[in-house]
Structures are given as structure tokens and as C-alpha cells.
Write a new protein. Sequence first.
Length: 906
Amino acid sequence: MASLPQNNLQEQLARHCNTAQSKLSLAKPKKEEELFSIMQTICKLVDCIPEHELIGLSCGTELLLHRALRYVHLKMRRSFSDLFFSPKSPAADVKRCSSITMGTTPRAAYTDPKDGFVDDFDIDDFDEMDIPDYFGEPQISSMGSSTAVAKPVYSSTQRLPATPVSAPKPTIISPGYYNPSPSQFDDDLTPLTNYPLRLAEPTYRNPAHDRLRGFGFPHSQEMMKVFHKRFGLHQFRFNQLEAINATVLREDAFILMPTGGSLIYALSVDQVVVKSLIVDQIQKLTTLDIPATSLSGSKSEGEASSIYQQMSKKDPIIKLLYVTPEKVSASNRLISALQNLFERNLLARFVIDEAHCVSQWGHDFRPDYKKLHELRQKFPGVPIMALTATATPRVQKDILNQLQMSKPQVFTMSFNRTNLKYVVLPKKPRNVADDCITWIKKHYPRDSGIVYCLSRSDCDSMAESLQTAGLQALSYHAGINDGDREYVQTKWINQDGCQVICATIAFGMGIDKPDVRYVIHASLPKSVEGYYQESGRAGRDGEVSHCILFYSYSDVVRLKRLIMLDKEGNKHAKTTHFNNLHSMVNFCENLLECRRVQLLAYFGEIKFNASFCKDHPKVICDNCARPNQYKVRNVSEDAQKILRFVQDTCEKVGARFGRTGQQTRLTLNMLVDIFLGSKTAKVQTGMFGIGAAYSKHNADRLFKKLVLDNALVEDLYITNHGQAVAYISAGPKAVNIMSGHAQVEFYETESASSIMKNKASVTTNMSERDAMSQKCLQELTDLCKKLGKVFGIHYFNIFSTVTLKKIAKTMSSEAEVLLQIDGVTEDKLEKYGAEVIELLQKYSKWQAPGDRGNGGNKSWPSKGQSAGRGRGSPADAGSGRRPGFMAIPTPQTNRRPFLKPNYSNS
């Protein structure tokens, strides 16, 4: 059949899906024939779409799988029921058309065009016959080819949830962020009335990855079972299927995704830097019944010996082992154990998270990370997966080179975090705590947040101020002992007496708390990479969240002092740190260009649509929200006078020759006073008063611009009391400006404030059902917190905030409806379902009509039931039996053998 225009096809699909949904909601027998006819029409429309166009659709992967499975089962004279379709099926979450606004995804029917016979399908029967050759076998000849780092373009609207796959062999993992929730969009100040608006994820599909995009691999059957049954997911995120296929096919892979963009569970052995990261990741895995453990300093000798004994067994229980780079570098015993696994072909892969730490050009270079290249030399042929969320193009190349990755498959995504709102506010150093208090109480008086401070004393002082103001705040830094740090972190993660955590930048690495509504930097970050990473700890559940930076140029001097006093850093490292700080100051001082554009350009993403902020007012940055109040002026003449004065008057710190008696040391503020003609100016000659027409605000900005342009340089001088003072001298670009070969353009404003405050509109017209949904969500969250205490896990590891919102939206207590929601599995309902369903039953009259099951009293078959007696079987109708797995949860943590693995020799 000839190809139809894609827009027409999508319109037809939307129309037929709407019609089918309305017929289904009627649930009358006389409508079934008409409904089946509509479903057949939808299937025919899907068949009309060529594969290359189908892949381009937001639900293309699911429709391809849907179509292929239908072809196979039609040959076997089978089809699938819509009314009783298993939510565990790979086709169960075929993405619905945007015009349908119900809370759960419709289930697509498979119909036989000849007789319309309907049956059911279960993932337990899913085998290689269900994944046909239609998807293509892996092209062995091309597996060795590498892919280049490609710049993203902005066209796709695909949004796919994260999904890790448990490895079949033990391996080594690195510290990673687990970001289960897709980017979503909602008003940050209004109650939940609808599902958050889903923004497009700017993405790039590399044609070289086409061979990795299918399901025709030997591991595909097991992968799909784990995907649906273990993780309760229905769709892959962008590039996720390809990355999983690449690593299981034993190819090297480099994955660059933004913080919060699904740096998924590592598929093998991990290198971790922070103890809290290890604990958090292992807890996530064990709640999913994936056997994982770690070898860290907190392990006793006996515990470590048990782990090594388990690794030496013929069939080790452990599937994922977390270690630190320092452990790999220093432990001969670990290397010996890995060598034993390698020789028995049981070492699946190495996964290195925070891979930017490998590069000396990165903002967080660590020598022990650089030594990880020895893994390639000692274990040739074992694939490496490198994960990072913050790497410039230069750092990306260095990572691949340092780790000696062999022809890696490179997977990239846009760095744009669509649900984050970036704002830079002027900082009043002595009143920054008061400003933080005012902002938090106005915007998020009851939500979780992080306030980053420069020093330990700043953290303690900030926490004390917040406590005095009535906010639940605690400090977290290296000066607190391990036990207290763990206590503070646990209270904050579970919102148990701690709402705000005041921390140094070390806090948060690997912490996967999804509902952090704001990240405040009370002092200047050391680098753009660091700022992006730290601010990215907000909004991992996809909700609109704020990233606030209080900026004062005085923080620059403090940070330069720390760099100068760093005894471990060599000259090259200090130069890198100074350059990184320079870029961060440039970001803050730029009051004209969109914050997103600046951030993404720093990471090499130069074609980002600059109108994004203005098109999405809920996350508009401060620069885009500000009216155009700047005018361009050519200030070359003033700049020349300033530079000549500095060259003639200012002494360069450390200079010993060519010094005249008239030379002195002047700071930036002193020069501004002289330029403005202040009565308190230290020098009242030369350029004194030539800038009298400038406002103080613009004069400050002009001198900082000259510093950022390297026309002036700041030389740091450390006094005998350890104080840092920055004196000004002429920079390398001064000659070009003074000679007239370079012009200086300056964006001048008459506003003394660099920030325009925007008042968010508050929606008050909530419907009664929306109000009940919001109440249900709060009760579900409270219930998960109680269950978390019972089971000794973080509450969001029971159900993520995104999953809870979808449950609250449906307000359905029926298991079949709940199992269609991402993150809800049979195992989780078995553990926690009784109290969750009991709570939801209170809201049954509010559930969406389309979410009401077709016979809520039907029983749920046990795992021993035959496939012929499926969920839609008449044999089950009217049994009225309560699902047998809905037992009241009790903290039986050893019920499953790998919740707490037994590493004995038995």
C-alpha cells in the first residue's frame, strides 16, 4: 500500500483512537462488533506507515513491536483481547494520541481480519517466536564500527522512561544517578490538576545505531521479560534500547545524558566515589530483587570475605558489584577476584559513572579515575560503558582516549533540562540567608530543597538561620562524622524532620531524591559543569523546579584563594580551575543571553532553539523574562583611558623590575570609585571622574567585562593573616584595545537591579475531582513514607513520585489498572499492595470512567495457572476472589534470597 502523509496518518489514528475509547467506555455488548471494526481500521492505518516513518513517531518503537507481534500471531490463528489484555505485554502501553486525556494508556487490540476472534496474551508465554525476523538480526560485520559524538538537533518529541536491565554475569559498576522519571512540565505553584505537560526532548538519532534499534537479538526475549516484569516499564527512553543492545553485544559504549535524563542502573560492575551513592543504588536494586552489593571501607573483614567467596563460586549470586576507583587502584585482592571471573568468562562488563572525573580537563578530575584504563589492559575484551552528565566536547574526547575504549558506540542527548527554571539573583553577602528564607517561604514553604554553601561554617550558619525562621534545616559537610551525616541525609531524603539541607558541593552525588523542588546556590559554583550538575539535582521527577543562584563578585576572590592554596593541585590543574571559574563568572555577568543557551553552548550544543524559554513561560529564565532594557554602546574610548591608567598606575603583584615610584596596588572596587569620581577614591588623578555619567551598576559591569575579556587581570595576593586580595593589572588583550585594533561594545542599562521578579499565576479553580486527586496523592505519599520505615528503605523506592501521581490521577483500586502504570509491578503489589489498594478504595467513586475495569470482581490468576485460562477467560468470570498476592505487608526482608544475599559456602 502506498505511503500516506505522516500528518494525515496521525490525525486518522487520533480520530479512531478517540472513537475506540468512547466505544470502550460504553462497555455494551452491541458495540463490540463496531469496536473491533475500529480496532482493525487502526491496525490497517499502522500497516500503511513505512518503517522509517514509523520510527520517527513518538510511539514508533511500540507500534513496530505491536505490528510484528500481530503478524506472527495471525499466522498462528491467534489475536489479543482488548478488554482483558495483559498490562505486562510489550504492546500494553502503545502511546495514546495526544487528544485523549485519560489517566492511563489504552490497550491496543490485535484482531484477525478474517474472523475477528479474540484471545489474550501473557508475558509468561513470550518467547523467541514472538519476536520475528521483521526486526532484523544483528549485523555482525558492522559491530566494530564506532560512532562519532554527534551534536543534537531538535525535532523529536519522543519521551521514554528509564529502564536498566540486570546483567546475566557479575561485573563492576560506577557511581551513577538513577533517574526514573521522564521530563514533565507543570506549574510549580499550583496543585496537580492534570498530568504535567510533556515537553519535547531535543534528540538526535544517529543512523549508525539503526542496527541496534531492533528486537532480533538473542538476548531480546529475556530483556523484554525483565523490562516488563522486573521494572514494570512499557517504553524505552531515547537511545536506551540501542545502548542496552550495544553493551549486551559486548561493545564499548559512551553515554552522555543530562542529569535527570536517565543515567540508568549500570548493567554490570560500578565504580563509586560516595558511600551514600552506594547505599542508595544498592537499595534500589535490592527492592527490585536484583542481587547487588559493594566492597567499600564500611564492610567488615568478614563481610568482604563472604563477598569474595561468593564471587569465586561456579554460579555467583551477585550480579552487580559496586566499588570505588580507589578500591580498584589499591586492592590486589579485588583484581585477583576479577581475574578469576575473567578467566571463567563470567565478567560481563565494567561501567564507569561520573566518567568526566577521568579527564584532566574535567571540572572534577580524580587521579584514581584516570588509572581505570588499566582495566582495559588487564581484562582485554571486557566491554566498558562510560556514563556522564557533564562533559564538554574536549572532555568527551579525553574520556574515550584515557579509558582506551575500542570503537565505542556514542549515545548523546540534549543537555536541556526542560523542567528547570534558571534564575540568577544579586547577592547581598551579609543578608543572603535572609534572602534564601524569603524566597523559600514564598515559593516552596513545605517542599524539599538544597542550599549549597561555599564553606562548612557557611553551611552551619545558613542552617541555623533557616531553623530560626521556622524552616526544618540541617547542615551537611565533611566536618560532621559519618554517622551524623548518614542521619541527616536519611531525614532529608524521607522528609522526616528535615526539609532543607545546607551542604557543601560534595553533597548530592548519586542521591536520587526525585522531589527536590529547588536548588539554591548561596555562593558562586566553581565551574559551569559543577553548577549544571548541582542544579540538576532538582526536579528529577519531571516537575517544574527552580535553580536559584545568588551571585556576588566578591565570591570570585574567595574561590580564587581556595585554588591558590590548594597544595595538591599542580600548575596545570590550577590553570584549569581558574578557566572554569572564569566561565562561571561569565555566565553570571551575562544579563542578555538566555541562561539555557549559555549552558548548552558551553557543552557544545550551539544550535539550541533560543526561543524555548519564551515559549514555555513556566520555566522561563531570568534573562528571557526581563524586558529588553539594554542598549549597545561603543565604549572603546573609555576602555582605552581605563587601560592606560591601569598600565601606568597599577603595580603587578610580584613585580620586581620596572617599578616606578608612582605605581601602586588597586582593587577592582577602587578603580570603579576612581572612574566614577567618588570623593572616597584612593587616587584622584588620571581617569578620575571620566565615568561620572555611568551609574554605579553599569560601571561595575564595565570593569568586570574588561576582566572577563582579559583586558584586565586580577592578581591574587594572600596576606599574612590568610586573607585574599585581588589587585588589578593590564591583561594580554589590553594592547589591542589601546591601539584601536579591537573595539569594546557594552550593553548598558539604567536599571540598578539585574533581576526582574516574575509573579507566577496561581490557579484557584480546581475541580472537585482534581482536589480529591491531590488529596489522594498526599495520602499515598504519606503511606509510602510509613512503609519505607517498616521496610527500612527510602519511600520513593517503593513507588516513585511520578508513579504515585499517575496512581492518584486514576484513583483506581483495581490491580489490572494499576499494573498498566510505569513502575507498578506484581512484585511491588505483592509487597505493598494491600494498604495501597485499601487507601485507593476510599476514592473509587472518583476514578476516571475509562479506568474502571470490566469486572472488578474478577480474580487474578496465580503464576501456576495455565496460559489457556488467561485473564480474559470466561472460566474466571464472577469468581469474586480477592487477588491472592494482596497480603498485608510485613518487614520480611529475607523472604527473597537476594534481598540480603547469603554469601555462605552452601
